[in-house]
Design a protein around this ligand. Structure first.
Ligand SMILES: [Zn+2]
Length: 104
């Protein structure tokens, strides 16, 4: 079971309703229940962000392979390109365009 589920179970064991537990973690009561009771690990990045979990991104690991899910490391920032609005992984703190061709 994941750590978050453990904490949720503890909170619930302290006499908090699932709704209260869920509010505290920023998820729905049914989601909190599944995470705590079933060890469910949400794949939805909005939920993962609420839980403070690493996000999942699809990347092409090699030329021949299909896109794969990978966990996004904490220090990686995803921004929307200031020009084309496409999400991109920022490689430099001052980078605001996804690609040099997007520079005005
Ligand atoms: Zn762009």
């Amino acid at each position: 079971m994941n750590n978050t589920g453990h904490k949720m179970l503890e909170k619930h064991g302290d006499g908090n309703s699932w709704r209260k537990v869920a509010d505290e973690f920023g998820v729905s009561p049914s989601m909190a229940w599944r995470i705590a009771k079933e060890g469910y690990e949400p794949q939805d990045n909005e939920i993962r962000a609420a839980l403070g979990w690493p996000l999942i991104v699809k990347v092409q690991v090699s030329e021949k392979k299909e896109l794969e899910n990978v966990l996004l490391p904490w220090n990686v920032k995803i921004l929307n390109c200031r020009s084309c609005q496409r999400p991109f992984i920022r490689l430099h703190p001052r980078q605001v365009y996804c690609d040099p061709s997007c520079r005005p």
